[in-house]
Design a binder for this molecule. Structure first.
Ligand code: DQA
Length: 152
């Protein structure tokens, strides 16, 4: 039987991780985070695909393409988290599990980061735990999928 597919979505500027504001986001690259998420997925018998874009429409299309194909989405939408309503709407039309992820803790930062348009359409949010968040987000997805289809 084919394994459930988890889509890890990375929004604008996350391609610069490692180089970008290391005091806030750490020195690991996006590739390092994806590798960690992939290892966590492998341990739980999940296939993990990754897509990064700096363009809102491309992220929306990736969510559309995940419908009926992916069991879950882990999404770090970068700054689009705070105003990307088209991503909100695309996720609202996705039936699988959704986990919102951030390296930093947006609530401890500037006020404009305190609003998330992703949170209302996510099962839950992991933020402020840096690289560990990628592993925890995959574990969260695995448990949500177990709960939704026990024994699958
Ligand atoms: C981020 C937090 C956002 O506020 C910011 O715009 C990002 C990264 C995080 O992972 O901490 O680009 O999503």
């Amino acid at each position: 039987m084919s394994r459930p597919v988890v889509l890890l979505l990375s929004g604008p500027n996350l391609n610069l991780l490692g180089d970008r504001e290391p005091l806030v986001y750490g020195t690991d690259t996006l590739g390092d985070h994806v590798a960690r998420a992939q290892a966590a997925a492998e341990e739980r018998g999940l296939d993990l695909e990754h897509f990064q874009s700096n363009h809102e429409g491309a992220l929306v299309e990736a969510v559309h393409a995940a419908r009926d194909r992916c069991a879950a989405i882990v999404v770090n939408a970068g700054a689009l988290t705070h105003y990307g309503w088209s991503i909100h709407d695309a996720l609202a039309a996705f039936d699988g599990a959704v986990v919102e992820l951030h390296l930093s803790n947006p609530y401890a930062r500037e006020p404009w980061r305190h609003t998330s348009v992703v949170a209302p359409v996510a099962d839950g949010t992991i933020s402020g735990l840096g690289a560990l968040g990628y592993e925890l987000a995959v574990e969260a997805v695995a448990r949500l999928l177990d709960e939704r289809s026990p024994g699958a």
